[in-house]
Design a protein. Structure first.
Length: 223
């Protein structure tokens, strides 16, 4: 599918990176505030990169049976999808775009997020792929198994997007064992580190930004 077109008169998209770990409730409040300001035309679109402390989040399709061990705080969230894990070593990118000024098509937007992640992985010589009826991006694992390296969960308000994607850089993968990630129990999870790529979070951020701009248009730094 073609990438979402950028309007010729559209301002650059804000690119914000938070150091350290951001508490999930704080992040949700900040996202919702930014989305409301984008809806009112008072703020530019934004991509916000951060890490969370170890948590589980439940999307709108989450099944309580998929929460195996609530060893970490569990947050209900309005994004689509099921249970997922966030924690140190995982890059979360919250994407706040106004689809009214782009293309008011949720399916096309999710496809563009998938393409963004696939392009990012390709910069590290990782072949990421989408799979029908399985959300996220997958790579070949051991013994013909496919492992998930990146997750996607989105929500829209007045056609402005929020929540977004997460990419496993070097998290503690045992933390995923407390849930059935995204309701899929016959596949594993992986990371850049598990695939033998030792990259800093800053390295991954550079790749994410480069491929994002190819898909969605220019960005500018935000404090």
């Amino acid at each position: 599918m073609l990438s979402t077109p950028l309007m010729a008169d559209q301002a650059p998209i804000g690119w914000k990176i938070s150091p350290g770990q951001v508490a999930y409730p704080e992040a949700v409040r900040a996202m919702e505030d930014r989305v409301e300001r984008i809806v009112r035309g008072e703020a530019a679109e934004c991509v916000w990169l951060l890490e969370h402390p170890p948590i589980y989040t439940a999307g709108t399709s989450a099944n309580c049976k998929d929460l195996i061990d609530s060893r970490f705080p569990v947050f209900q969230t309005g994004r689509g999808g099921q249970y997922t894990y966030h924690g140190p070593g995982q890059r979360v990118a919250y994407v706040m775009l106004n689809l009214k000024t782009r293309r008011a098509d949720v399916r096309a937007y999710v496809c563009d997020l998938e393409n963004w992640l696939i392009k990012t992985l390709a910069l590290a010589n990782i072949k990421g792929e989408r799979r029908e009826k399985r959300v996220g991006i997958w790579v070949a694992g051991a013994n013909s198994q496919e492992d998930k390296i990146a997750a996607i969960g989105v929500r829209l308000r007045h056609w402005v997007t929020f929540h977004g994607v997460s990419v496993n850089v070097d998290p503690d993968l045992t933390h995923f064992s407390g849930i059935v990630p995204c309701g899929i129990n016959d596949h594993g999870v992986t990371s850049f580190e598990k695939l033998g790529l030792i990259l800093s979070m800053s390295d991954v951020d550079v790749m994410l930004r480069r491929s994002f701009e190819e898909m969605f248009g220019p960005t500018q730094d935000e404090d």
